[in-house]
Design a protein around this ligand. Sequence first.
Ligand SMILES: Cc1cc2nc3c(=O)[nH]c(=O)nc-3n(C[C@H](O)[C@H](O)[C@H](O)COP(=O)(O)OP(=O)(O)OC[C@H]3O[C@@H](n4cnc5c(N)ncnc54)[C@H](O)[C@@H]3O)c2cc1C
Length: 458
Amino acid sequence: MRTPRDTPEITLVGAGLAGSLLAIFLARRGHRVTLLERRLDPRKAAGSAGRSINLALANRGITALEEVGVMEGLRSALIPMAGRMLHDEEGRLRLIPYGNKPHEVIYSVSREGLNSLLLNAAEATGRVSIWFGETVCGVNFDDRQARVLTGKEPEQKTTPYDVLIGTDGSASAVRAAILEQTGGRLDEEPLGHGYKELSIPAAGGGGGGGWFRMERNALHIWPRGEYMLIALPNVDGSFTATLFLPNQGDESFQALTTPEAVYTLFERRFADAIALMPRLVEDFFGNPTGHLETIRCEPWSFEDHALVLGDAAHAIVPFHGQGMNAAFEDCSAFDRCLSDPDRPWSEIFADFEKRRRRDTDAIADMALENYVEMRSTVREPKFQLKKDLSFRLEERHPGRFIPRYSMVMFHTIPYAEAKRRGAIQEGILDALTSGAASLDEVDLARADRLIAERLGTG
Ligand SMILES: Cc1cc2nc3c(=O)[nH]c(=O)nc-3n(C[C@H](O)[C@H](O)[C@H](O)COP(=O)(O)OP(=O)(O)OC[C@H]3O[C@@H](n4cnc5c(N)ncnc54)[C@H](O)[C@@H]3O)c2cc1C
């Protein structure tokens, strides 16, 4: 373990999900940590999180939270989601389980609640100080100073740092400074689709919450081909729904400029949802339209000065529910890079990037693929057949054939390996289901042979 005496103070920019968790990991290694956060304290200022009120937490995130001992304190705030509840256009429901075993569920969690819990745990270490209302707008690498805007009528000041880590999200100022200093590369890939948050209040109402108007232990999806609506449960009995839609075109955010246009779309395509959304129009025109993109950049660090991590290094589209989970896995991976107390920071940063880049590139790709699955493929009978077959093959070949979704959500198999094995498995599933209409028609002896050939016998 590094001791406080031989470790520099670390300045983290951004006290969101990654920043607040990383602060705990660093404090446990003996570092003093200063967190600079542009927002007001979410524990005091209601509704300042800005986007996605709730999130899906899965195994990778849980593993990192367990490592710093905060998971037990979170359990009562989690709602297990056992599968996707599909809503078709006639309002018929069908549950597609996520996993093959009872514990294979993901959890809906409040972003603000989780952030607050992590901030409290960071402060409880006694080594972390958090400064809210401080926006980093640049870095002077020559004299190791961060430029910070602070106050109601913002004034610029400089804050010295020993080591600077940007956990400042997808529009990272630290990333911009690193790329400018190094002449690095920024690759921004807009999705062309945006999102809008809408609410489904609890039945029974009242300040203390009521009961759920739909199955609570599921992630609800209204897949409509080119777009979709989803909803995740909250502990107060409400759901937060998110409409994902193209930015432009006949059915797009650009086309929804009047309450009539919004109602018409919902009545036509989401008829069972509209009945649950008394504030549809207020939400639609009151909430911002979010932008979605994939961000890749290189390098993630500059010498022994600065590093970016979480969305600041690799923002992804939200369709695998993995952005936060990957950011938490980053924190845990970075912590492992610190195990040798004599290692220089420049080496630690380079090692972290080397360990993580392939994996974060892989989850970025898989997240994009999952949008097509969620909004479209999930409706096809072939999808259900392949899902059923993949569970059957997992039972026949435990540890060797693991559905790709399960590798990503319920295991900590590196993302790049999950993607590689997932592609081989997809080939096997395609071969076995070609011409088959049901599981009974699948040749399981051939399945065993293909798995032995392509995935090995070990
Ligand atoms: C609609 C939607 C749904 C999502 N659903 C899921 C999901 O179900 N599961 C999942 O795992 N992930 C999900 N994600 C992704 C997840 O939100 C992000 O991956 C995660 O928040 C990344 O954490 P972070 O700490 O790196 O960045 P952020 O959470 O963005 O935190 C960055 C922090 O830095 C602060 N900051 C920014 N700039 C500055 C600055 N210049 N100076 C000081 N402070 C600054 C911000 O105020 C913020 O507090 C979703 C994302 C979206 C948009």
